[in-house]
Design a protein around this ligand. Sequence first.
Ligand SMILES: C[S@@+](CC[C@H](N)C(=O)[O-])C[C@H]1O[C@@H](n2cnc3c(N)ncnc32)[C@H](O)[C@@H]1O
Length: 191
Amino acid sequence: MYVWPCALVLAQYIWFHRSVITGKRILEVGAGVSLPGVLAAKCAANVILSDSAAMPQCIQNCSRSCRQNHLLGVPVIGLTWGEISPDLLDLPPIDIVLGSDVFYEPKDFEDIIVTVRFIMERNPKAEFWTTYQVRSEDWSIEALLSKWNLKCTNVPLKMFNADKECLAESNLPGRHSIQMMIVTLDMDKLD
Ligand SMILES: C[S@@+](CC[C@H](N)C(=O)[O-])C[C@H]1O[C@@H](n2cnc3c(N)ncnc32)[C@H](O)[C@@H]1O
């Protein structure tokens, strides 16, 4: 029910790469208010929004964001991390998965990664664009990514003008420590 600071940073990355994402098939997971997905749809990507199947009010929120932003025909589905559901199995081909501030509860980290890995199994060239708010120095997803044969590239915020406390006239990023990562299949490990 809230736009999280990470969403501003991921939206800035999408805006910076708007010419690349036009026409791309994009799934946002844990979308909540859906700022990155809504922006991607406005940039002419084919977007599907998703949030936990167990939280109907969050799914309704995704739909409400679309309506408020005059976006018609953006599918919204229930997709719970770690669950192989009919909606996950029925997904069309995907080029980019978006996830803003989905790594906020360590007990969920592996479930998110399993969902992303499942999607990449079917879409080996897909990329997972995710922003992560550093809440504890003790938390890390690197070991889990390696376990699931995924690799991660950190994108410095200054590369897309997001190293600021205020983005797009919003003070939300503030002094939060936020990282932008691109996760892909680790082809070297799959050979
Ligand atoms: C911190 S909020 C981030 C929301 C939005 N992406 C943003 O950055 O503004 C985390 C989101 O993950 C969703 N979520 C929590 N547990 C989930 C689960 N098990 N499966 C799918 N989504 C989940 C929540 O409903 C919420 O929308």
